[in-house]
Write a protein that binds this ligand. Structure first.
Ligand code: GEK
Length: 242
């Protein structure tokens, strides 16, 4: 696994973050050292997915990156005849994801598609995972995506949504941001790396509050929506279609 040192050198102008070849190389290292709780979410979403997966249905991983969520779902889901579909709009991610999944899953059971998740047709789904990806979509497009996920789910199916969240209280926001930076320093990111990454991602990752996510899930039609995980500002929600 390559070590993430993308922001270790001073940059004159820190460009907006993009998921290119350089990011793909270091992605597993980067996400583990940057997102507290990432590994716990990955393993638990497989276990949660297994509770809602239905035989002869499709399981979607929207913003699949290198396929960590798909693999966790594949390892845990016991229902028969499941088709796993991963979607990502970064060609470098899709190529590497395909190679990763091929090592662990039969070809006939998975598909990785290079596409904007705003264009993905969701049908016959029993589980839809959108793990740290909605946050990169323009805020005004988020309602319609969640509504399409709801419409594409079978009755009894679920969506698992993980997001970096923000807080209404400035004091809480500031404390949790400090804790997160301390976590990154403990994972050997320098202050310069932390600050340059922050500048680069500021215009690209737009977090919302946990209340906004729950409200959006309810407005999309889900009658149960729960925040099942939170570690600092990283959170995950599950909503079930009746
Ligand atoms: C994991 N889920 O390991 N359409 C499709 N893909 C997109 C879009 C879009 N509009 N916008 C961003 N992406 C993964 C981690 S990473 C999270 C998800 C992070 C893709 C982007 O290319 C990247 O692969 C992924 O969403 C976000 O569980 O980097 O913080």
């Amino acid at each position: 696994m390559s070590r993430d040192s993308l922001y270790s050198q001073p940059r004159k102008q820190v460009v907006d973050f993009v998921f290119d070849d350089a990011v793909v190389d270091v992605f597993p290292d980067m996400i583990r050292r940057s997102v507290p709780g990432y590994e716990t979410i990955i393993s638990l979403l497989g276990i949660l997915g297994n509770q809602y997966a239905q035989a002869n249905s499709t399981v979607y991983d929207l913003g699949c990156s290198l396929g960590a969520s798909t693999l966790s779902l594949y390892q845990q889901i016991k229902a028969e005849n499941i088709q796993f579909v991963g979607i990502d709009n970064a060609p470098a991610m899709v190529e590497q994801c395909q190679a990763n999944l091929q090592k662990h899953m039969p070809d006939s059971q998975h598909q990785v598609i290079c596409q904007d998740i705003q264009d993905t047709e969701i049908t016959n789904a029993s589980v839809v995972v959108i793990n740290f990806t909605l946050q990169f979509l323009p805020v005004e497009t988020r309602n319609s995506l969640l509504k399409r996920i709801y419409d594409g789910l079978l009755s009894g199916g679920c969506v698992i949504l993980s997001e970096k969240i923000q807080f209404n209280s400035e004091q809480k926001q500031s404390a949790i941001t400090d804790w997160h930076h301390a976590f990154k320093r403990a994972n050997h990111y320098s202050d310069m790396e932390i600050s340059q990454k922050r500048t680069s991602i500021e215009n690209v990752l737009i977090p919302e509050t946990a209340e906004t996510h729950i409200q959006r899930l309810q407005n999309s039609g889900f009658n149960t929506a729960e925040q099942w995980f939170q570690c600092f500002s990283f959170s995950s929600f599950i909503a079930v279609k009746a």
